[in-house]
Design a protein around this ligand. Structure first.
Ligand SMILES: Nc1nc2c(ncn2[C@@H]2O[C@H](COP(=O)(O)OP(=O)(O)OP(=O)(O)O)[C@@H](O)[C@H]2O)c(=O)[nH]1
Length: 226
């Protein structure tokens, strides 16, 4: 059963832990995005013509001291990221992936709660239009009716937008109706992740700042899984 609450245990006055889960199609860049968020290489990320990740795994970042201020106090941030098998998966059924992720969400975030699900989506791959095999459908089924308040899109391979001579706004302007409808339904929460250019540290800061904005807009509420 899913419920919403304010995570008092997770946020004392000067330390905050944020809990994130990564969803997305096979090879969309989930593990790589997880590593950027954690500032580590905890998750196995590699190019393959099939799905690499078969199991869920949780990674924890080190503590980012004085990452932000809250109520006049400096806050130390820790990030926890749950990496999941891609969906559609090249070897595992939908039922299997869903069960695996459901159990992992309950195990890792059952009590503490989930702040945000990131739908990891390559900019150069159209969003899956088939409802039944779409990662969006998986998010809805696992997060329940409040999924729209707890989901953001992380666009990976964003350097391809520049290579095509576009900027982010022009890319979104050209987006399919399916993607635009999804973006509107999640209050246009999106982040672009670039492989080239900025250092990984700069990228992590930029992405984390956006994520914290989304979490603040949600008044730090979490989804719990019991
Ligand atoms: N150019 C570029 N390559 C990326 C980006 N993100 C990920 N990659 C590469 O894409 C490949 C797949 O990345 P992963 O992070 O393993 O993807 P995944 O979604 O975890 O893959 P599965 O576990 O197979 O579902 C790797 O070679 C990454 O280095 C990006 O933003 N830009």
């Amino acid at each position: 059963m899913l419920s919403l609450c304010l995570p008092t245990a997770m946020m004392d006055s000067n330390k905050m832990t944020i809990n994130l889960v990564l969803f997305g199609m096979t090879q969309s860049g989930k593990s790589s995005a997880g590593n950027i968020l954690l500032g580590s290489t905890d998750f196995h990320s590699s190019f393959a013509p099939c799905s690499v990740t078969k199991d869920c795994s949780l990674g924890r970042s080190c503590h980012f001291h004085s990452f932000m201020r809250r109520g006049g106090q400096e806050v130390t941030l820790q990030v926890q990221v749950l990496d999941t098998p891609g969906y559609p998966h090249s070897r595992l059924s939908k039922k299997h992936v869903k069960q695996e992720v459901r159990e992992a969400l309950a195990h890792h975030f059952g009590q503490e709660g989930l702040h945000l699900a990131l739908l990891v989506q390559r900019v150069d791959v159209p969003l899956c239009e088939q409802e039944d095999s779409s990662p969006v459908q998986m998010i809805q089924e696992l997060l329940g009716h409040a999924w729209k308040n707890y989901t953001a899109i992380l666009f990976t391979h964003a350097e391809k937008i520049e290579e095509a001579g576009l900027n982010e706004d022009e890319y979104l302007h050209e987006a399919s109706d399916t993607l635009l409808t999804l973006l509107n339904s999640i209050q246009r929460r999106y982040i672009f992740q670039y492989k080239k250019g900025n250092s990984l540290n700069e990228q992590r800061l930029k992405i984390l700042e956006r994520i914290i904005e989304f979490i603040k807009e949600n008044c730090y509420q979490v989804l719990t899984f019991k």
